[in-house]
Write a protein that binds this ligand. Structure first.
Ligand code: NAD
Length: 493
């Protein structure tokens, strides 16, 4: 039986792309599951002058597009809880009108003063909105007040710190939910089940048995119509600072005392504290960048709409992370992400050390030709695990070959799996911050990334340096070759 929550949602940027594509359809799924019932209401707000009816029609359409099999009768009841308010967030006077509506809906739907403010708009407004919500009396005295914010959280440590100070002027850390939608993905959440639920895995999860860890977030699409934002951000800030650092910290953390948000955060922060922040010279050695060039059918990044012809922006990054702690000393965590790569997928490959001697080849052949054991966690598009082991090839003689123990989520499980935004909205209603980035995590990640970004900003790269549809520049492969290793996932092997 699903727990039903009562809350008012106020979506700033309520007419925007994210709200329409993800947030409203996700709320509807929570409604269908019974997490929302009679006692919820939604205010959509943006500058556009829409009526409630127009807004409800847009929400209905979003549900229809996202869930073609949705029960549209249920949707028609669901949207009666939606209200629209035209509002410029920079105009303080508008907050008085909003306050009246908030209080009216609170009473009408018996919401007990529970309020979720979701900022689905340009980050430059985050601080101002948070402060106005407080100063104009929008925060309730009796219920819970939660602020949900989208990425990006600053553009470097200094801007992130300023933003955090603004938010802290209105909300406490325990009320701030910083969205990182990778944390809502089933298999990212499964990292902890896999590690802390299995003696077999956790007992080997250290530098005695693990040789290296590889995290790949590969995108097939180019910059599309996001050049305005992306050309000022780049892959390092857009993907590494947040999603990759969050994944890596879950892989590297120690076992938390309990599976609660505060205990999990403590361990993630400890892991990030031991992440080696590079000197500029170390950053130059351990991080490489790339930008896509054209192939037969797709344009180069510099020829995409709204991208400057001499853009030095990185659309690819690969790097090596090192944790200076007892568990991980000496184990590189290789990460890579980029646009216009061979395929769209996210996977984690945990590569184990080989047996010291390959007795099946020894002494005739002193090379250890056994394949390493590899635990692959498929995050998307398919969710599952695969464990590569060595086994004897059937037949005469004694040859070994790698075999794979595979687990893939089946269709029924997949249908049951909530979308990241559904899960994260549910966690917000529940007041569970496990799957949101804390300020300490964000700040450590920025301090690490800032050194690399600063170095890159000071040098002119020779771009483009990889062909669309490849797995990035040659330097990405060389980064591992230098350590006598290679990417587990690669093309044309
Ligand atoms: P969008 O440009 O589609 O929507 C922005 C919204 O803000 C619109 O509703 C607009 O009317 C409103 N707005 C702008 N100025 C305003 C003002 N002064 N007062 C009131 N409203 C104002 O943006 P989006 O794609 O929906 O993204 C929203 C946020 O989510 C951004 O922080 C973005 O980085 C983040 N995000 C978006 C996606 C996505 O898939 N679209 C994915 C991840 C993160």
């Amino acid at each position: 039986m699903a727990t039903e929550y009562s809350s008012l949602f106020t979506f700033f940027g309520g007419t925007g792309d994210l709200a329409k594509r993800k947030l409203y359809p996700s709320l509807f799924k929570l409604y269908v599951r019974g997490n929302l019932g009679e006692h919820f209401a939604v205010i959509g707000t943006a500058r556009d002058s829409w009526s409630d009816d127009q807004f409800r029609e847009v929400v209905t359409q979003s549900i229809r597009e996202d869930q073609p099999d949705a029960d549209m009768h249920a949707a028609s009841v669901f949207v009666t809880h939606f209200y629209y308010l035209a509002h410029d967030v920079t105009d303080k006077a508008h907050y008085a009108v909003m306050k009246d509506l908030v209080e009216k809906l609170d009473e009408q739907y018996s919401l007990k003063g529970n309020r979720i403010f979701y900022l689905s708009m340009a980050p430059r407004f985050f601080g101002e909105v948070a402060l106005n919500l407080k100063s104009e009396g929008l925060l309730s005295e009796d219920g819970s007040n939660r602020l949900v914010i989208e990425k990006p959280f600053g553009t470097d440590f200094t801007t992130a710190e300023t933003l955090n100070e603004q938010l802290s002027g209105a909300f406490e850390e325990k009320q701030i939910y910083r969205i990182d939608h990778y944390l809502g993905k089933e298999m990212v959440q499964n990292i902890q089940a896999l590690r802390f639920g299995n003696t077999l895995v956790e007992s080997l999860w250290n530098n005695r048995y693990i040789d290296n860890v590889q995290v790949t977030l590969s995108e097939k699409l180019g910059v599309e119509d996001r050049a305005g934002y992306y050309d000022t951000a780049g892959a390092l800030r857009d993907m590494v600072q947040n999603h990759i650092m969050q994944i890596v910290s879950q892989l590297a953390m120690e076992q938390p005392v309990s599976f609660t948000d505060s205990d999990v955060r403590v361990e993630k922060i400890k892991a990030l504290r031991s992440l080696r922040v590079y000197s500029p010279a170390e950053a130059a050695k351990n991080f490489i960048r790339g930008q896509y060039g054209a192939n037969d059918t797709e344009p180069a990044y510099r020829d995409e709409p709204n991208v400057p012809k001499d853009s030095a922006n990185d659309t690819f990054v690969a790097g090596k992370l090192l944790f200076d702690n007892y568990r991980w000393s000496g184990v590189p965590f290789y990460v890579r992400t980029g646009k216009r790569l061979a395929d769209k997928f996210t996977r984690i490959d945990v590569v184990f050390k080989k047996p010291l001697i390959d007795i099946f080849a020894f002494p005739q052949n002193r090379d250890n030709s056994l394949a390493p054991n590899v635990l692959t966690i498929y995050v998307e598009p398919n969710s599952g695990f695969s464990l590569q082991l060595n086994a004897k090839t059937a037949g005469q003689g004694f040859e070994t070959e790698p075999i794979h123990l595979d687990f893939q989520q089946d269709v029924a499980q997949k249908e049951e799996t909530p979308e990241p935004y559904e899960r994260l909205l549910h966690d917000t209603l529940k007041g569970d911050q496990t799957n949101f980035a804390s300020w300490d995590e964000v700040s450590y990640a920025w301090k690490f990334v800032d050194v690399i970004q600063k170095l890159w900003d000071s040098e002119t790269p020779d771009f483009p340096n990889y062909v669309s549809g490849s797995m990035g520049p040659a330097a990405s492969d060389e980064l591992l070759q230098r350590d006598h290793r290679s990417w587990i996932y690669r093309l044309n092997r």
